[in-house]
Ligand binder design. Structure first.
Ligand SMILES: C[S@@+](CC[C@H](N)C(=O)[O-])C[C@H]1O[C@@H](n2cnc3c(N)ncnc32)[C@H](O)[C@@H]1O
Length: 181
């Protein structure tokens, strides 16, 4: 899928994508820099989209690490499967709400998310964040990009510490919230 087609898919599904454009390289860099991926064994991404964050993670993770990417849009999944043919990158065409079913008892070192939480039903948000918290290894982190500072209140209900950084180099400017227990 070409970049214009990916963008068209994004606009055509605003109620589930929640964004007018994909994350910039600067935002991806800021997000990935919140995690020390050296030595991480299992990494999860929620809301793969065009694979922009996926690429940032793949560039930094060890070749022995495994990455699970959840994405509900089938067209995005097909494009990411072509972009990431590596055996250790698994594109999962399912909701992030199915995290436990795919982890099968394993724990993740880091979970990166660009899910549009303000558009997802409250019970599903609750289920995703509870599963994410329980799925992390000790010292692990749930790292979320968002366009509103107010989402901090949501993450504070599930995680003890939320550290926030910000970049203007994205449309719109965005926050990165690194959540830990
Ligand atoms: C704001 S876009 C971000 C896309 C890309 N990761 C980026 O940063 O530009 C959010 C993505 O989350 C996906 N999404 C929405 N709800 C989801 C869910 N419950 N589980 C997995 N993916 C979901 C959308 O289809 C969309 O691709």
């Amino acid at each position: 899928m070409t970049k214009p087609n990916l963008l068209l898919e994004l606009y055509s599904n605003l109620s589930t994508t929640g964004a007018l454009t994909f994350s910039s390289k600067a935002l991806v860099k800021k997000m990935v820099s919140q995690a020390d991926l050296k030595g991480a064994k299992l990494i999860v991404e929620m809301g793969g989209g065009d694979g922009s964050i996926t690429q940032g993670i793949v560039d930094e993770m060890d070749s022995s690490a495994e990455l699970l990417v959840f994405e509900i849009n089938t067209s995005f999944c097909e494009a990411m499967e072509k972009q990431f043919p590596q055996e250790n990158v698994h594109i999962i065409n399912a909701s992030a709400d199915e995290l436990n079913a795919y982890l099968k008892g394993r724990k993740a070192d880091f979970i990166f998310s660009s899910l549009p939480f303000s558009l997802i039903p409250k019970d599903v948000v609750d289920s995703i964040l509870k599963q994410a918290n329980a799925a992390l290894v000790e010292g692990g982190a749930f790292i979320q990009i968002c366009y509103s500072y107010l989402l901090k209140n949501l993450f504070q209900k599930y995680f003890k510490k939320v550290s926030i950084s910000f970049t203007l180099k994205n449309l719109p400017p965005a926050f990165v919230m690194a959540c830990k227990d």
